[in-house]
Design a protein. Structure first.
Length: 165
């Protein structure tokens, strides 16, 4: 598996730069949610069109505080994980799931948000970048995943190994 870590200087630089850009994206989103008492994930989901029936379940007043907490702090944890390069493979997958949810929630098929985005928009681009970070094990490029895999709890054979591998 170690052969997927970028070895050339340019590949390592791109992996690091993409990781930092995605970290910024998630941390910036978190800054508008975690520190904003008026933010509501349910309010956002009530505006869905194409998948309204799917997301309407999550707009119940009893679910909103939990969902809002998960979305807000999910952005924060994903951003911090990418920033320090710890558990990047886990945070990348969580980020892709979150972005694909946003992609479908913004959709008025076949347009995303507005008529300038036909099927593909920045949610798909960001998801692709996160998949790149996952595949390239970007947490090992100037990140804590490379350090953490040397700890005994992350050694080969450990059930925690996939978190930093």
């Amino acid at each position: 598996m170690s052969d997927t870590v970028p070895t050339s200087a340019s590949d390592r630089s791109f992996a690091f730069i993409f990781r930092m850009l995605m970290a910024w994206t998630f941390l910036y989103a978190a800054s508008h949610q975690v520190f904003n008492p008026k933010f509501s994930a349910a309010a956002f989901l009530k505006q869905t069109k194409t998948f309204h029936d799917v997301y309407a379940v999550f707009t119940a007043p009893s679910i909103d505080p939990v969902l809002t907490f998960l979305v807000s702090y999910g952005h924060l944890l994903i951003g911090l994980s990418l920033l320090v390069g710890f558990m990047v493979r886990v945070s990348s997958l969580c980020g892709v799931a979150l972005l694909l949810m946003y992609w479908t929630a913004h959709m008025e098929w076949p347009y995303i948000e507005n008529t300038n985005n036909f099927i593909v928009d920045y949610h798909i681009v960001y998801s692709t970048v996160l998949i790149f970070l996952f595949v390239k094990r970007a947490g090992h490029v100037w990140g804590l995943d490379a350090v953490a895999e040397n700890f005994s709890m992350f050694k080969p054979g450990s059930p925690l190994r996939p978190l930093v591998a």
